[in-house]
Design a protein around this ligand. Structure first.
Ligand SMILES: [Zn+2]
Length: 138
């Protein structure tokens, strides 16, 4: 992967720069990225709740450095590693892209659908669907 783009002049790149990955490592999914070599990675974990004797699902979101030569995209499954503080919020760096997260696009679409819909919009959609079915019957 390192040889694909040798003109990587990112000083905060774990392969070509002066950042040494050390400490904790996690695997997560890129949920957002910006052009300033940053990305937000999210992953899910479980914690045992003694009172209710079952696991609760927890989510962790952190901002990470997205090196130029890797350039992880939204929906990518990535391996991240702790490193020295790179900026105010970034203490982790992406070290490897593990591939596309399946169902990420689908989940994103469902989230979008469930988000902003007024009752009017929903009713209109229902009407549209009824019309379509009627047309199909005729
Ligand atoms: Zn690089």
């Amino acid at each position: 992967m390192a040889k694909e783009k040798q003109n990587c002049d990112d000083k905060k790149c774990p392969i070509h720069g002066n950042v040494i990955p050390r400490g904790r490592t996690f695997v997560g999914v890129v949920v957002s990225r910006n052009p300033h070599k940053s990305a937000v990675v999210e992953w899910e974990w479980k914690r045992y709740n003694q009172k209710y004797e079952r696991y609760e699902r927890k989510k962790t979101r952190i901002s990470v450095h997205n090196p130029l030569c890797l350039d992880a995209q939204k929906g990518d499954r990535v391996s991240i590693s702790e490193c020295r503080p790179l900026s105010k919020t970034k203490k982790f760096v992406i070290v490897k892209i593990l591939g596309k997260e399946e169902l990420f696009a689908e989940r994103e679409r469902l989230m979008e659908e469930s988000k902003v819909k007024s009752p009017k919009e929903i009713e209109e959609e229902k009407k549209m669907k009824k019309k379509e079915t009627k047309e199909a019957e005729e």
